[in-house]
Write a new protein. Structure first.
Length: 103
């Protein structure tokens, strides 16, 4: 399993717009991606992050060529509420535990 962490700054005066976009546009897009196992949208000190979990490295990397993903990226950039810095990190998941009430 691979964890993909995308971090971005956000114009906090438009933070609610970002949060709505995440739920209404990004979440359905991630749910349609082959190999996507989970999505968490979180707040950071300076913005937001999307933490996604993927079946393997191949499915995490395939996201970058997904038409659905690329259209979502274009839409979020056009919205104008993102701010630098932005970064992406792919990390192998060595161990996993979920509380029984989450499964």
């Amino acid at each position: 399993m691979i964890a993909r962490i995308w971090r971005t700054g956000v114009d906090e005066s438009r933070g609610e717009e970002y949060d709505a976009f995440a739920v209404e546009r990004s979440l359905p897009m991630f749910r349609r991606q082959p190999g996507c196992r989970a999505v968490f949208f979180v707040r950071t000190k300076d913005g937001r992050a999307a933490i996604t979990f993927w079946q393997d490295l191949a499915t995490a990397e395939a996201l970058l060529s997904s038409k659905d993903y690329l259209e979502t990226v274009d839409a979020i950039l056009a919205a104008g509420f993102l701010r630098p810095p932005q970064s992406v990190e792919l990390l192998p998941v060595d161990q996993l535990w979920l509380a029984p009430d989450l499964v």
